[in-house]
Design a protein around this ligand. Structure first.
Ligand code: PEP
Ligand code: MN
Length: 344
């Protein structure tokens, strides 16, 4: 719509779209409102819309993914978490924690340590997608309860994985962000279920997924009505075996150009090697990542999963100090650390 369009003009456009048999999604922006037309089956007569007062331009989204594209919505999507963390704005957000929630002692100790270090989101898997059926599969609901306890004590927001469509609501009851893992990026029933739950979703790139496939998977979530999607580059399979995966940092500026959704990087899974996490974390922030997801464990040598790629807490401090400078160098800043909570 033109920036001079009135609310009546916008309403008339919405009514016209509905009259044509489609769904209308008004998106108020800083400069102007855009109205999305959902369900375009290729037979839309745009001249009817072009003629309406207040309409500036009818844009045909050329990409196969529609609602996640920049053409659809030029302004970045910003996701606000209950503890004040904003993902997709100027802040660079730090999500950190162990691969798996292992015990009360482990998760509470690391949560307190990470809050002091400057993280605002705590990660930790309760339901774990393990390559081997004989590996530790996570504490399940008990793990979710422990995460909720850690949030209560520290104020950190919680991100944790939902493995199956049936457990999305359960995970959403505890989590501030529902993680969909790399192995599930194209689990369409899971994506749809996550699209119907009113919580932000962190969608990790599949092990061999193209950026277009990642965006189409995000489209599944958004098209179900949940626009709060955060993408995550976590490395893809490559021919080289020096690292567990190849962290595709190019995906960050590419996604930012194609989509309004925020994208973070996970250099822990992206490299699989503790010694490579700090340099690649620095590089991801320099490339424009809206945040980092970092595995940190109080005792990585005894971690029940992904110990080899988990940082020691002191190494996380080092990473935070370095990316603070990098964020500032590119006109951003680290998300403000959470204040200490006084026990009631
Ligand atoms: C994880 O975050 O611990 C995890 C299993 O990640 P991914 O799905 O990227 O392998
Ligand atoms: Mn892991």
């Amino acid at each position: 719509m033109a920036h001079t369009a009135t609310s009546d003009d916008i309403r008339r456009v919405v009514e016209t779209i509905e009259d044509m048999g489609y769904e209308a999604r008004p998106m108020p922006g800083k400069q102007r409102t855009a109205v999305g037309l959902v369900g375009n089956d290729g037979r839309v007569d745009s001249s009817r819309l072009e003629a309406l007062p207040g309409v500036l331009q009818v844009i045909h989204v050329t990409q196969p993914y529609k609602q996640v594209s920049r053409e659809w919505r030029p302004e970045p999507t910003v996701i606000d978490l209950p503890n004040g963390t904003r993902i997709g704005a100027e802040d660079v957000v730090l999500m950190a924690g162990p691969c798996s929630v292992e015990s009360e002692e482990q998760i509470l100790a690391i949560a307190h340590r990470l809050r002091v270090a400057g993280a605002t989101v705590l990660r930790g898997g309760a339901f774990k997608p393990r390559t081997s059926p004989y590996s530790f599969q996570g504490l399940g609901v008990k793990g979710l309860e422990l995460l909720a306890r850690a949030r209560e004590e520290t104020g950190l927001a919680i991100v944790t994985e939902a493995l199956e469509p049936e457990t999305v609501e359960l995970v959403a009851d505890y989590a501030d962000i529902i993680q969909i893992g790399a192995r599930n990026m194209q689990n369409y029933p899971l994506l749809k279920r996550a699209g119907r739950v009113g919580k932000p979703v962190l969608l990790k790139r599949g092990l061999a997924a193209t950026i277009k496939e990642l965006l189409l998977s995000a489209e599944y979530i958004v098209s179900e009505g949940n626009g709060q999607v955060i993408l995550c580059e976590r490395g893809v399979r490559s021919f080289d075996d020096h690292t567990r995966n190849m962290l595709d940092l190019t995906a960050i500026p590419v996604v930012h150009a194609l989509s309004h959704l925020p994208i973070i990087a996970d250099p822990s899974h992206g490299t699989g090697l503790r010694s490579k996490v700090i340099p690649m974390g620095r590089a991801a922030v320099a490339a424009g990542a809206d945040g980092l997801m970092i595995e940190v464990h109080p005792d990585p040598d005894h971690a029940l999963s992904d110990g080899a790629q988990s940082l020691w807490p002191d190494q996380f401090d080092e990473l935070v100090a370095q990316i603070r400078l990098i964020a500032e160098a590119i006109g951003r800043q680290l998300a403000s650390p959470l204040p200490e909570r006084v026990p009631a």
